[in-house]
Design a protein around this ligand. Structure first.
Ligand code: HEC
Ligand code: HEC
Ligand code: HEC
Ligand code: HEC
Ligand code: HEC
Length: 405
């Protein structure tokens, strides 16, 4: 009897000890978790002290400025306290330590944009005055300018995280053709010139009117975009543009913006570029790179745009034929080149369709039958006009060829 109750007692004791142990463990893990979340700037500063002490000695470590480090830039209306945690930014030689203690990469960039004058958020985004990591990096509701770092970039191209920060660079550098350190934006600017976007869109104040004015496209908020054809959960403006560039029709039903077979990288670069087109009239002139020297378009390009929008080629631009057809003789370059160059059509339709050009346009077959019956409805007079102009183009290339020989 006695033995049994003793055994009961020790059994109870075991259970109590076990429960207490579990509670202590739980407590420790909650504490560790809370501590992780609460690691505030003071924690990062004391760690920074340890790091400098170890790497560079006590004398250096004593030079650390503790407390809240802030940069106030009146001209840009910014208060950036990022350096409170990112204490190593201006420190030389801390390239192999972890964030947020690391030296800033490419010091040349910071020489061109001293942080006393530019702060951090003008390039990185984020909430300058916040002192917790989560808030400073801007992943809070209703804050529209998070730190555009690797974390967000990898959401769009995990193997090759997009350098989204270049959106902010181009807020100031938008009128340059090429800027060192902005490879995605440079690539997109080249595509905009090559694909003739300005034939349909006003960009930086000039261009055509077939599509919306894109001069301030980057000011548009997510609520202004229609996501109803999206199957993914990522309803960001960036994602809207990426999908739209890849396939305008799948995002905007009945869109006449052509599908230009962009790769993911092209689509991301173009999306970054259109999002960088924000009003920069509030930025003081001293913060804008001089753009008289580096004109956005060469005189040849301006001349070419004019020629495409006036003269004999204009008919094919106005009636959207140029979306698929280049016409070399009139200097018209198609963004998609889905159909053949119309300069050669009089010869070409005869060999390919065994028809004259007149017969082909009044009684088309294949792709053009569908297009002329459902998408581009031309009157008889317009068809005659097209024929006259195509023949004129043909004469021009024929003459050019004779001269070459
Ligand atoms: C002129 C623009 C500019 C300014 C001003 C600037 N940065 Fe940067 N920063 C960059 C660029 C460009 C990179 C390199 C980005 C990359 O390689 O992904 C970078 C990289 C960084 C990184 C490293 C990111 C990584 O991938 O590890 C941190 C952290 C950082 N900056 C913080 C700051 C802080 C804090 C400030 C202000 C004290 C600041 N930067 C000021 C442009 C700038
Ligand atoms: C409370 C401390 C704290 C503040 C304030 C802070 N950061 Fe950070 N930051 C961190 C830590 C910690 C990391 C490393 C995080 C990681 O690796 O996940 C980091 C990483 C970064 C990176 C690299 C991450 C990436 O996705 O590329 C950038 C860029 C950056 N911070 C910019 C800023 C800017 C700009 C500010 C000011 C608006 C700022 N930080 C304010 C703590 C802070
Ligand atoms: C707030 C406006 C602003 C932002 C944001 C900005 N820049 Fe600049 N940048 C300037 C100004 C102003 C100059 C000086 C131009 C001059 O004096 O000709 C400059 C100069 C430069 C230069 C040197 C130009 C040369 O010809 O050598 C480079 C390269 C450059 N910026 C790249 C960048 C990159 C990359 C970013 C983003 C990480 C960036 N800039 C963000 C305004 C800005
Ligand atoms: C044949 C004319 C045409 C060409 C060429 C064209 N677009 Fe468009 N684009 C349109 C039309 C029409 C719309 C409106 C319908 C839609 O959103 O698809 C549009 C919409 C857009 C939008 C969305 C604007 C918004 O806020 O809704 C962007 C951004 C855009 N185009 C950029 C470009 C760029 C960049 C290029 C060149 C690579 C280009 N477009 C070439 C006709 C064109
Ligand atoms: C959406 C693309 C698209 C548009 C817009 C378009 N075309 Fe075409 N077109 C084609 C394709 C593709 C062919 C080649 C047809 C085939 O092989 O069946 C073609 C062929 C032609 C040909 C025969 C050329 C040859 O060398 O064989 C003529 C002429 C022509 N199109 C005129 C026009 C005119 C005029 C317009 C504007 C009113 C126009 N097209 C608009 C796609 C287009």
């Amino acid at each position: 009897m006695e033995n049994k109750s003793k055994r009961m007692d020790s059994f109870k004791l075991d259970r109590i000890l076990f429960a207490v142990g579990a509670l202590i463990l739980l407590g420790i893990s909650i504490f560790v978790m809370m501590d992780d979340l609460n690691r505030d700037w003071r924690y990062y500063q004391s760690e920074f002290y340890e790091i400098v002490l170890e790497e560079q000695g006590a004398e250096k470590a004593d030079q650390i400025q503790f407390g809240i480090n802030q940069i106030y830039i009146k001209e840009l209306n910014r208060v950036d306290r990022c350096m409170t945690c990112h204490l190593g930014i201006k420190w030389v030689g801390l390239n192999n330590v972890e964030q947020p203690w690391k030296s800033h990469p490419d010091t040349k960039l910071l020489r061109d944009h001293p942080i006393e004058k530019y702060g951090c958020t003008s390039c990185h985004g984020g909430q300058g005055y916040a002192l917790s990591e989560y808030e400073a990096h801007g992943f809070v509701q209703h804050w529209e300018e998070p730190v555009l770092g690797k974390l967000i970039g990898s959401e769009y191209d995990p193997r090759n995280p997009a350098p989204l920060g270049q959106i902010n660079c181009n807020h100031c550098h938008r009128y340059e053709r090429y800027t060192r350190g902005m490879d995605y934006i440079n690539h997109a600017k080249m595509l905009v010139r090559k694909k003739g976007c300005k034939i349909c869109h006003i960009i930086n104040g000039t261009g055509g009117k077939m599509g919306p004015d894109l001069s301030n496209e980057g000011e548009k908020h997510a609520e202004s975009f229609d996501f109803s054809n999206f199957s993914t959960e990522n309803l960001s403006v960036l994602n809207w543009h990426i999908n739209h560039f890849k396939s305008p029709l799948s995002v905007v039903p009945n869109s006449i913006m052509p599908e230009m077979n962009f790769q993911t990288k092209d689509a991301i670069a173009l999306s970054m570029l259109v999002m960088s087109w924000r009003d920069n009239s509030e930025i003081p002139l001293e913060y804008l790179p001089s753009f008289e020297i580096i004109e956005e378009r060469t005189p040849e390009e301006i001349e070419k745009e004019k020629r495409m929008l006036s003269g004999d080629g204009a008919f094919f631009v106005e009636n959207s034929c140029f979306v698929c057809h280049s016409i070399k003789a009139f200097d018209i370059e198609s963004p998609t080149e889905k159909g053949p160059d119309l300069s050669y059509a009089p010869d070409d339709v005869r060999t390919r369709f065994n028809k004259t050009l007149e017969e082909f346009l009044f009684n088309p077959t294949g792709t053009m039958k569908i297009i002329l019956e459902s998408q581009i409805i031309l009157s008889d007079a317009q068809k005659h006009e097209a024929i006259t102009k195509i023949k004129k183009a043909y004469e021009i290339v024929k003459k050019d060829k004779e001269q070459m020989e």
